[in-house]
Design a protein around this ligand. Structure first.
Ligand code: UT7
Length: 332
């Protein structure tokens, strides 16, 4: 079976952040918090927030177009579009279908994937299966969120943490020794209540009552999620490396989910990586859930930090609970 598979890599990356910025100082006027508290506990200084007219598909489209252009792929060539998001434009149609129509990617199958902050890596793993098996040649995987729309701006436990943005990758066949080397995905639904939105689904359909109780907003047990994140990010990264036959000494860059600088530092320590080998944007972007990793990756590429044959470890954790790690040898 292995002989029939082909190597799959990233052909182009794009990203976008909404123009509006909310600083920690702005938040001080909204809830009982301080910039010092936010920086020391999370590393976040500011975050980009989508205006009322901007939905997840709008950010997805901008990032997706950029990724296609950089990959040199026409929208009509796409076989598959996956949008990883916890903040779709609406329950259905999928945000992926909205993006497909706007791109004119008429030959692509399209669906959304929900694995919270791990969604982008889940999406990459799914797309890779289709391409490596030769079912499809080209896929666009987008991680996009407008978390500001589901944030309770009067809850200081959560509103200081999140930001909006989108990142996208075009996946396709690459030369044999490059591309995605391994994945490690996981989930533990026993932790489902640690990070959730209780209202607006089939369990508690939207009603005046659910809105009054603010059940349409993110709720989080931060300290519990923190402990889980520190443990699972390191474990997932090491497991994915083991699956690719590599060790931590081989890693050139860690591209972690950007939830909290203390969590990122703990993972870097576990992999024994110095700060210059860790891609960080949580200070400027906050936690953008599924968008965090592709945006950070795009920024690192634009900054000229990533070179052909570099070994990258992408690692995420999130609501569900879910987690994922992907090892990539960069280049086509
Ligand atoms: O993508 C996955 C999504 N989520 C995460 O990754 C979050 C993971 N968790 C975290 O990043 C951290 O747990 C937080 C940053 C959310 C909180 O940091 P912490 O060091 O775990 O603080 P804590 O939850 O233990 O809270 C300490 C105190 C509490 O006060 P009391 O009860 O000790 O009096 C909170 O009420 O800090 C208080 N607090 C705040 N104070 C000022 C919570 N939020 C704020 C705030 N400003 N914004």
């Amino acid at each position: 079976m292995l002989g029939h598979k082909r190597s799959v890599g990233i052909l182009g990356v794009g990203s976008t952040l909404p123009e509006n910025i909310i600083t920690n100082r702005d938040l001080e006027t909204m809830v009982d918090t301080s910039s010092e508290w936010i920086i020391s506990r999370t590393g976040i200084r500011e975050r980009h927030i989508a205006g009322p007219d901007i939905a997840t598909s709008d950010l997805s489209l901008t990032a997706g177009r950029q990724a296609l252009e950089r990959a040199g792929i026409e929208a009509q060539e796409l076989d598959l579009i996956i949008v990883a998001t916890a903040t779709p434009d609406m329950p259905f149609p999928s945000t992926a279908c909205i993006v497909q129509a706007a791109l004119g990617a008429n030959n692509a199958a399209a669906f959304d994937l929900e694995a919270a902050c791990s969604g982008f890596l889940y999406g990459v793993a799914v797309a890779e299966q289709f391409i490596s098996s030769k079912t499809y040649d080209t896929a666009l995987v987008i991680g996009a969120e407008t978390l500001s729309k589901i944030t309770n701006w009067s809850d200081r436990n959560t509103c200081v943490l999140f930001g909006d943005g989108a990142g996208a990758c075009v996946l396709g066949p690459v030369s044999n020794d490059r591309g995605i080397l391994s994945h490690y995905l996981g989930a533990d639904g026993r932790g489902k209540e640690l990070l959730q939105i209780r209202g607006g689904g089939s369990r508690k359909p939207t009603s005046i009552d659910t809105v009054r109780q603010k059940l349409h907003y993110i709720e989080m047990q931060g300290a519990e999620v923190y402990k889980f994140a520190v443990r699972i990010m390191g474990e997932a990264a090491l497991k994915a490396l083991q699956r690719s036959g590599l060790s931590r000494e081989d890693v050139d860059f860690l591209v972690p989910h950007q939830a909290n600088h203390r969590i990122i530092k703990a993972v870097a320590r576990r992999l024994r990586l110095p700060p210059e080998q860790v891609i960080v944007n949580v200070d400027r972007c906050g936690n953008m859930s599924a968008a965090s990793i592709p945006v950070a990756l795009d920024e690192a590429i634009i900054a000229g930090r990533i070179n052909a044959d570099d070994i990258l470890v992408l690692v995420a954790f999130g609501g569900g609970l879910t987690w994922g790690a992907t090892v990539i040898k960069w280049g086509t």
